[in-house]
Design a protein around this ligand. Sequence first.
Ligand code: FAD
Length: 496
Amino acid sequence: MEKNIKNKSVLIVGTGLGGLTTALRLAKRGYRVEMIEKNEQAGGRLNQLKKDGFTFDSGPSFFSMSYEFKEFATDCGIEIPFKFVELDPLYTVNFSGSNKTFYLYKDLDKLAAQFAQEEPDFKAKMTRYLKKSGALYNDTVDKVIKTNFDNVIAYVISLAQVNPVHIPQLFQTFWQHVQKYFDSKEAQQIVSLIAFFLGRTPFDTSAIYALLSHIEFVNDGYYNVEGGMYKIVEGLVSELHKADVKMSYNVEIVDVESKGNKVTAVIDSTGKTWTADAILINADAAVFRGRVLKREKYSEPKLLKMNWTMGYLTFYIGIKRKLPMVNHHNYYLGTNFADYSHRLEKDPDTLEKPYYYVNVLSKHNANCAPEGCETLFFVCPVPNMIYKPDWSDRDKIVDSILDDFGKRIGVDIMPEIVSRTIYTPAEWEKRFNLFKGSGLGLSHNLGQIGAFRPANIDEKFKNLFYVGASTVPGAGLPMAVISSKLATERITNYLK
Ligand SMILES: Cc1cc2nc3c(=O)[nH]c(=O)nc-3n(C[C@H](O)[C@H](O)[C@H](O)COP(=O)(O)OP(=O)(O)OC[C@H]3O[C@@H](n4cnc5c(N)ncnc54)[C@H](O)[C@@H]3O)c2cc1C
């Protein structure tokens, strides 16, 4: 049996977190694993930018569900190859025109004290809200999120086992749900901010995702990685090297060769063919099917009709001074949270934003900035390129946010800037083959999750599999780790 497995090979296309974690799970089971990546370094969206003496995390800034990384490490028989620190407060929130900063503590008494003026009954209301969020999480996580479904019927049977008490949430938006629990604008907006983390707004995200609030405040919170998020990738790559996984960079797969119901090789942009017994695609599962496999169901017009998450405007600013008044993770809300969210796709060129996020990596990682300097990473949700194809106004938008940020913290940072890099959805699309620069891939509406999401097993080729944000279960770092578990199950079943 052991010898048999060692003869079997798996080729992984893409080195995002989904690809890396599946590679190690398979290598540790004895398969011969090889990885190829279109870019010059591993990590996919979980990446890093080093410039002008500054080190920036370029995508994710924190993660939840740390127990998924623990399960992964146990499965691979290793220690988690990076150090992580729990965040408390989780982050801060500031409203436009207000000097007040809300600290989002996990402790409900400390949290309620933040809302003493705006929402006097906060603790009781939040307790009720979190009880419902916890029930949503506990009743769905194993049955819906962590399970491979072979077909829609199996999925529907599993859904039918979910407690029917949650049915009303199927017909409500996140915003409607939150409004039932809280009265103040501050509490409603802060609690529903998490819907943006799924790549859409609280106004078009299902109330079912209130389960995320349970993950955020109760179940596990958020974690920072010591030295920056890219340490996750460096740790995994080091483990993969120890496990003899070969990695090739600057290789983009553009075509496949097949015979009957098997892919016999994938072909890169130079015409070179790459073969293996099983092939795992970590590139976007819908885009790959459409653009590389040329599947009619994922043709360009069909991809356009699917529901994609928003784009991100991210910018990486190095400044030659310290900002002691700014915390590590900060959200700055606009004046027009609801209004902008509704107009997102109709009025894409507005300078107004529902919020922007600022990460000061150098706050706890001194070696990420030169002495006396600060590393600032801004993330702003924006229309993807379906709605805003032209980003020639990028500098104007960035300047307007930097100006707003300076006013809020009382320091004009413009003259302090020594390093400035901007990624619009156009850069995100080009770099990682993200459809129209959609930051998180396919959105998580009810018609695009579970058995309705592009499957992790190919419709036609039985040796072709998928892992990552646009297949099951969905976007985010812990979901990529769960996705690797589901893909590993598929591949090992096929190769046994
Ligand atoms: C700005 C931003 C902020 C985020 N913040 C957070 C956060 O704070 N916390 C969190 O949990 N999540 C966050 N996310 C989401 C998280 O980054 C993603 O869900 C996750 O990293 C996706 O991993 P993946 O394995 O699915 O794919 P990817 O990271 O997209 O990796 C796929 C890889 O495949 C490669 N590839 C694509 N096509 C080909 C091809 N044809 N040939 C060869 N290689 C190819 C790509 O270059 C890429 O390296 C954020 C995302 C963004 C964009």
